[in-house]
Write a protein that binds this ligand. Structure first.
Ligand code: FMN
Ligand code: SF4
Length: 677
């Protein structure tokens, strides 16, 4: 057997990490009242089951009450957390997965109008753009109490049986003292590097006194803010060197960049279409300078790159964080020689964008993540094998076929187009979003393994379905672009632009009323093709269902290409005017207001209309008449009521064939129905 560097153990102080794969700190916002309860525990337990050596729990568990949650952060300042963490640790230890936790004071990276409404503070009163709070300058008594809070939190973590802790020192309070961009002080906490490090030493000394020299303590630190007036590479590396020389820390976890704006955050956590492993070499350099064990994560989504990171000696532990949100069983699959079966992280960053919108982290194409209590990551076989026909091989239909295949059913998947993929095929025509193809390709490989019969170029009609004598029929026929009524038949759809069927020229309005990616993609692609584009939306912000991280490359392109954006403006009418179109807008706010543009082309995105003719045609023949018992679906019991006992099959529809939604919704539909028979 060939030696795999990823699977070699690593000795960190007194603990043996059984391989080199870890998940770095990330707050999935599954906490309940600041506590890591069942959902949190099961989420980490699944990663432990999947074979990783170390899970860094929490993302920025907060040490003080004046560091309120920014996105569901755990309350490390509360004694009540100890038993919850203990249970989580025990579950992970059962699978020989070590557990640590990230602790922090968020400093200015949170809001004042939350929790106890305590003022936000930082080294100096410099506002952070992303969270918008204007912080006060930390006073002597603040610094004293926060140092004590760090020590008390560390002690709680030790009491909970954690294998170690790391302090977050990028974009939070600790490093706000380090960076010239955020530390403008002239007292003993500012000025020279010695002074700027004083707070960190005080924290480390207090923590060491509280937990003793044996406990594992590390730092996730920025060693180069890569911005004007920020912490320079020289000073950052010098900080890392001093930390190593002090003997007070056991590992470093390297960060490069800054996180005070959405755009900057994508430099630290790149999304799809951005470079992979951009800071890996730098991590290797800092490892060389310090000699400390080095952890690092930044878009190392695939096993080959992870293996290179370890084999080349750049890292001791490789973080594959989103990769494990997509597939918590990566290590087990590598160890079993089943690397090709890993569900790929496609970098969509739906997971992270959701937590900033107040939701929990969900993977765009793994419905089980964060829902471990209701959906198993490994689909069990059903007791009875059925005949299942799935119509439509977009992401929802492919997932329905995969799940049915895993259940041991005999599955036929019918697709009208020449190739499977549905709307994902369209998305991947956008150069930055090509990786989305992984959603389709992984499922195609899985259904082939499972013996699903895929038939393309079949525009299924009732007789085609009936001829297969199915027990279950799943309609996943998707939708077609819906034109806003006011466009009066004069608008082309965003799909026409994305597909390349239309090459917009001249003056173009893209009316974005779908809240998602499609309108933005169309506007960008039209502008790249040379059109003069104005994107108009009735929303009060741009495409609100596209999260902050995904917003970044669109806005970058819009600024570079000169796409104008007009918000708060609703389409009123469109009429032909010569060779062009006169587009009139109205306001939801000021009834008499109107505005007009003469354009060459009007493109509209207004979601999709369900492609549901086959569903309605099959409905009268089905046993459940298409009905679904939602109470049973979200709880337990028979999901498909028997409304016509003599009916030939059970029928249900999923994804956009029901109504316009997103990829996750379609895949979640497919999985949760599929595991019920
Ligand atoms: C949902 C989510 C929440 C995160 N929260 C934190 C956090 O609180 N603290 C932190 O240091 N990093 C956080 N991260 C960043 C990850 O630790 C990691 O650096 C990042 O995802 C890049 O690694 P990857 O490409 O392997 O995913 C978060 C990431 C995700 C996806
Ligand atoms: S949502 Fe996208 S980035 Fe996040 S884990 Fe899933 S595939 Fe990866």
């Amino acid at each position: 057997m060939v030696h795999d560097p990823l699977l070699t153990p690593f000795q960190l102080k007194h603990i043996t990490l059984k391989n080199r794969i870890m998940s770095t700190a990330h707050e999935p916002a599954y906490s309940d009242g600041g506590m890591p309860k069942e959902r949190y525990r099961l989420y980490h337990r699944e990663k432990a089951r999947g074979g990783m050596a170390l899970t860094m729990t929490a993302g920025s568990a907060v040490v003080s009450a004046d560091s309120p949650q920014a996105f569901g952060n755990l309350h490390a300042y509360d004694d009540a957390i100890v038993p919850w963490l203990k249970a989580l640790v025990e579950d992970c230890h059962e699978h020989d997965c070590k557990v640590m936790i990230q602790l922090t004071h968020l400093g200015r990276r949170t809001g004042w109008n939350k929790a106890h409404w305590l003022p936000v503070l930082s080294a100096s009163p410099v506002r952070e753009a992303a969270h918008r709070a204007f912080p006060k300058e930390a006073e002597d008594w603040d610094i004293e109490r926060i140092i004590a809070d760090y020590a008390a939190a560390a002690q709680r973590m030790q009491a909970a049986g954690l294998d170690g802790i790391e302090f977050e020192a990028y974009g939070h309070l600790m490093d706000s003292f380090w960076s010239p961009a955020t530390n403008r002080r002239s007292d003993i906490w500012g000025g020279s590097l010695d002074n700027r490090l004083r707070f960190s030493w005080a924290v480390l000394d207090a923590v060491r006194e509280a937990v003793g020299p044996g406990f594992i303590v590390g730092l996730r630190l920025v060693a180069d803010e890569a911005m004007e007036h920020g912490l320079s590479r020289e000073e950052g590396v010098e900080i890392a060197r001093r930390l190593a020389d002090s003997g007070k820390v056991d590992f470093l976890n390297l960060i490069r960049g800054h996180i005070d704006t959405d755009a900057a955050l994508t430099g630290v956590i790149p999304i799809q279409g951005m470079p992979s492993a951009p800071h890996l070499d730098f991590a290797g350099e800092v490892r060389g300078v310090t000699g400390l064990p080095m952890f690092h994560a930044a878009r190392i989504p695939d096993v080959a790159t992870a293996r290179h990171a370890i084999a080349s000696g750049k890292l001791d532990m490789v973080g594959m964080t989103r990769a494990h949100i997509a597939d918590p069983h990566i290590t087990a699959k590598v160890a079993a020689g089943r690397e090709a079966h890993i569900r790929p992280c496609v970098g969509a960053t739906y997971c992270l964008d959701r937590i900033y919108e107040g939701g929990g982290a969900l993977c765009i194409h793994n419905a089980a993540t964060g829902r471990e209590a209701e959906i198993p990551h490994v689909i069990p076989r059903a007791e009875i094998s059925r005949r299942v026909v799935v119509v439509g091989a977009g992401p929802a239909g492919l997932e329905a076929a995969r799940v049915a295949g895993e259940r041991g059913h005999q599955v036929v998947l019918l697709e009208a187009a020449a190739r499977p993929g549905g709307q994902v095929g369209l998305i991947t025509l956008h150069p930055r979003r090509r990786e989305m193809v992984g959603i389709v390709d992984w499922r195609l490989a899985e259904i082939e393994r499972l013996g699903v019969e895929l038939r393309c170029n079949v525009l299924a009609e009732v007789d085609d379905v009936r001829a297969l004598a199915p027990d279950f029929v799943v309609i996943a026929t998707g939708g077609l672009p819906q034109e806003p009524e006011a466009a009066a038949g004069l608008a082309r759809s965003s799909w026409d632009v994305i597909s390349g069927e239309l090459a917009p020229q001249g003056r173009v309005i893209v009316y974005e009323d779908g809240a998602g990616h499609a309108g933005l993609m169309a506007a960008e692609m039209a502008a790249r093709g040379g059109a003069e584009v104005e994107l108009v939306t009735p929303e009060r912000s741009l495409a609100p269902d596209v999260g902050g991280m995904n917003h970044v490359p669109y806005m970058r392109a819009f600024h570079e290409l000169g796409v104008r954006v007009t918000i708060n403006t609703r389409l009123a009418s469109a009429t032909r005017a010569g060779n062009g179109i006169a587009v009139r807008f109205k306001s939801d706010f000021a009834p008499g207001w109107s505005d007009e543009r003469q354009v060459d082309l009007l493109v509209a995105d207004h979601g999709t209309t369900a492609n549901d003719a086959l569903y309605h045609a099959l409905k009268p023949m089905s046993r459940n008449l298409g009905a679904v018992d939602y109470a049973a679906l979200i709880g337990s019991g028979e999901v498909f009521p028997s409304r016509q006992p003599g009916g030939a099959f059970v029928l249900y529809r999923i994804g956009d064939a029901v109504a316009a939604r997103n990829i996750h919704a379609g895949i979640y539909d497919a999985t949760r129905f599929g595991i019920r028979y």
